[in-house]
Design a protein around this ligand. Structure first.
Ligand code: C2E
Ligand code: CA
Ligand code: CA
Length: 528
C-alpha cells in the first residue's frame, strides 16, 4: 500500500498519525474465519520502500502466523516477527551481492564519524572505482561481472585494518571509511595495499583478466566540516586519479574540483561531437627507410572542436574509452580511413598500406570484426593493405580473449601490428603467441638510439630479435637524422616521425604524391 494514496478516511488518519509512508498488510486466515491482520509499516524518512522479495517474505510470515495462532503458538510468531524485522533492516543497509554495507549505511557511518570526531584525530573517506568494469561486463557477461565484484570486495576487505569500514556504493564503486587517523600516510598505505591486492589477475570462469582500480582519498580537516563535503571530495579525487594513470590513487586537493568539472564538460561535448561529426582523420606517412619512399600511412584521430580548435587524442581518448564512445568513434575512423586510402591507392597506383589504431574497448567489443569486414568491403581496400595497430599494454590485459579476437581479424586477411612496443612489460618471445606481422617500436625507445650507451644497445637488441622472429619493424618517433642513420644501419625497414613526415590532412598527404615543379613526384614511389 502506498499510504499517500489512502490519505483520506480511517486508514489514512491511522497511517498519518504514525508517519507511515509504505505499508504491507496481510490477513491471518484461519481454517474457518479470518483471525486478524498483520501489518508492517515503513515510516516517512526511512531508507527504502518494500520490494517484491520483502512482500514474499512477509506473506510466508503471515501464513506461519496464522498456523501458529490456530495452534496457539503466539510466542513463535512474535519471534518470527522480530527476525523478519532484523532481516528487513539488514537488507536496507547491505549490498546483497558482496555482503558489504551499502550507500545508505556508509553515509550514515560517515555522518556519525564526522559528528563524533575528536579534534586531533582525522577521518578519511576513500572512493574506489574499477577502471575496466564496463568492458568486462559487456564482453564476459553479467555473471562474470558479479563474480568480479565479489572478488574485488574480498580483496578490498583484506587490505583493511579491523576498524576500517568498506561499502559498495553501487555498480563498480566502493568506498572505505578510516577512523581516527593520526597520520594521513595511513590512508596512503591502505591505498597502496589495495593497489597491490588488485595486481594479480582475476579468474572468471575460464578467463583471466586484469582489472585496475582508481582510488580517491579525502581527509577531514578543520575546513571540511560536513560528511557530504568529505564524500564529494573523495569522489573528485577518485576522478583525478582515474584521469592520470590506471590503477592509481590521489589525495584530494583544492583545485581538483575545477579539473573534475572540466572533465564533465568534456564528456558531454564528446557525446555531442560524435553526433555532429566533429571527428576527422589525419595521416602520418610511413616510410621505407631503405628507399625513402612512402609505403603507407597511419590514420590518426583528430577532433575539430568548434571553440577549442583541434584537440589531440591524448586529451580525450581515455574519456572516450571510459564512456565507451570510442566504439562508435573508432568505427567512424575505420570506415573513413579505408575509403580515403583506397581512393588514394587508385589515384597513385601505389600499394599503400593503412594503419588504424584499435583501443582496448574496441578489441573487447563484439562488433569489431564485422566493422572491419564491412569497412573493407565498402571501400574496396584489399584486406592485406590494412594494418590494425594494438598497443602492447592492451594486448596483455586479457591475453586469451585477445588471441581469439586477433585470430578472427587475421582470418579476414588483415595485418596486425603491436603498437608502442617497449612501453609494456611483455617480452618479444611472449608476443610470439599472438598472430602479429609487425612491431612498432615506441618512440621513447627509439629516442634512446640518439643517446647511445646501454639504452641504445637494448633498442638494437629489440630490432634484431624482431627480425629473427620474422616480424617487420617500424621505428616510431624518428625525430633526428642521427637516429635515422642508425636505424638504417640496423636494418630497420620502416620509420615514422617528424624528421620524415608529420601528421597531415588527407589533402596534404595526397600532395606528396603529385608531380613537383620539375615534373617528378615529390616522393620516390615504392616499387609495386
Ligand atoms: P600512436 O599510435 O603511437 O601514434 C603516434 C603518435 O605519435 C601520434 O600522436 C603522432 O602525432 C605522434 N608522433 C608522430 N611522429 C612523432 C615524432 O617524431 N615525435 C613525437 N614526439 N611524436 C610523434 P597523436 O596523433 O597525438 O596520437 C596519440 C595516440 O592516440 C596514438 O599513439 C594512438 O595510440 C591514439 N590514437 C590516435 N588515433 C586513434 C584512433 O583512431 N583510435 C584509437 N583507438 N587510438 C588512436
Ligand atoms: Ca599507432
Ligand atoms: Ca605508437
Amino acid at each position: 500500500l502506498d499510504a499517500r494514496k489512502h490519505a483520506g478516511g480511517l486508514v489514512g488518519a491511522y497511517l498519518r498519525d504514525r508517519d507511515i509512508e509504505d505499508l504491507m498488510v496481510a490477513p491471518l486466515k484461519g481454517e474457518r474465519s479470518t483471525l486478524g491482520i498483520i501489518m508492517i509499516g515503513n515510516r516517512i524518512g526511512d531508507v527504502t520502500t518494500f520490494d517484491g522479495e520483502d512482500l514474499r517474505l512477509f506473506e510466508t510470515l503471515a501464513y506461519n502466523a496464522s498456523v501458529s495462532l490456530e495452534n496457539g503458538q503466539l510466542d513463535k510468531t512474535l519471534r518470527n516477527l522480530t527476525e523478519l524485522k532484523d532481516e528487513l533492516r539488514h537488507r536496507a543497509y547491505h549490498d546483497p551481492l558482496t555482503g558489504l554495507g551499502n550507500r545508505t549505511l556508509f553515509i550514515e557511518q560517515v555522518e556519525a564519524a564526522v559528528g563524533e570526531r575528536a579534534s586531533d584525530a582525522e577521518i578519511a573517506v576513500m572512493f574506489l572505482d574499477l577502471d575496466d568494469f564496463k568492458t568486462i561486463n559487456d564482453s564476459l557477461g553479467h555473471e562474470a561481472g558479479d563474480e568480479l565484484l565479489q572478488t574485488v570486495a574480498g580483496r578490498v576487505r583484506n587490505s583493511l585494518r579491523p576498524n576500517d569500514v568498506p561499502a559498495r556504493l553501487g555498480g563498480d564503486e566502493f568506498a572505505i571509511l578510516l577512523h581516527e587517523l593520526d597520520d594521513p600516510r595511513v590512508a596512503v598505505d591502505v591505498a597502496e595495499r589495495i593497489k597491490l591486492a588488485m595486481k594479480s589477475p582475476f579468474r572468471l570462469g575460464d578467463d583471466e583478466v586484469f582489472v585496475h582500480a582508481s582510488v580517491g582519498i579525502a581527509m577531514s580537516s578543520a575546513e571540511t566540516a560536513s560528511a557530504s563535503e568529505l564524500l564529494r571530495n573523495a569522489d573528485v579525487a577518485m576522478y583525478d586519479a582515474k584521469s592520470k594513470v590506471k590503477g592509481g590513487y590521489a589525495m584530494f586537493e583544492p583545485g581538483m574540483a575545477e579539473a573534475a568539472i572540466e572533465r564533465l564538460n568534456l564528456k558531454a561535448e564528446l557525446a555531442r561531437a560524435v553526433d555532429s561529426g566533429e571527428f576527422d582523420v589525419s595521416y602520418q606517412p610511413v616510410l621505407d627507410l631503405r628507399s625513402g619512399a612512402i609505403v603507407g600511412a597511419e590514420a590518426l584521430l583528430r577532433w575539430s572542436h568548434p571553440e577549442r580548435g583541434t584537440v589531440a587524442p591524448a586529451e580525450f581518448l581515455e574519456l572516450a574509452e571510459d564512456t565507451g564512445l570510442i566504439v562508435p568513434i573508432g568505427s567512424g575512423v575505420l570506415r573513413q580511413a579505408c575509403r580515403e586510402i583506397s581512393l588514394l591507392r587508385k589515384e597513385t597506383r601505389l600499394p599503400l598500406t593503412l594503419g588504424v589504431n584499435l583501443s582496448l574497448h574496441q578489441l573487447r567489443n563484439q562488433v569489431l570484426v564485422s566493422d572491419v569486414a564491412e569497412s573493407l568491403q565498402l571501400s574496396g581496400l584489399p584486406a592485406q593493405a590494412l594494418v590494425l595497430e594494438i598497443a602492447e599494454s592492451d594486448i596483455m590485459m586479457d591475453p586469451d580473449a585477445t588471441i581469439e579476437t586477433l585470430d578472427r581479424l587475421k582470418a579476414l586477411g588483415v595485418q596486425l601490428a603491436i603498437d608502442d612496443f617497449g612501453t609494456g612489460y611483455s617480452s618479444l618471445s611472449y608476443l610470439h603467441r599472438f598472430p602479429i606481422d609487425t612491431i612498432k617500436v615506441a618512440r621513447t625507445f627509439v629516442r634512446r638510439l640518439a643517446e647511445g650507451g646501454d639504452d641504445a644497445v637494448l633498442a638494437r637488441a629489440v630490432i634484431e630479435l624482431a627480425h629473427t622472429m620474422g616480424l617487420a619493424v617500424v621505428a616510431e618517433g624518428v625525430e633526428v637524422g642521427s637516429v635515422l642513420q642508425q636505424l638504417k644501419e640496423l636494418g630497420c625497414e620502416y620509420g615514422q616521425g617528424y624528421h620524415l613526415a608529420g601528421v597531415l590532412p588527407l589533402e596534404e598527404l595526397r600532395n606528396l604524391f603529385l608531380p613537383g615543379p620539375d615534373g617528378n613526384r615529390n616522393v620516390v614511389p615504392f616499387p609495386a
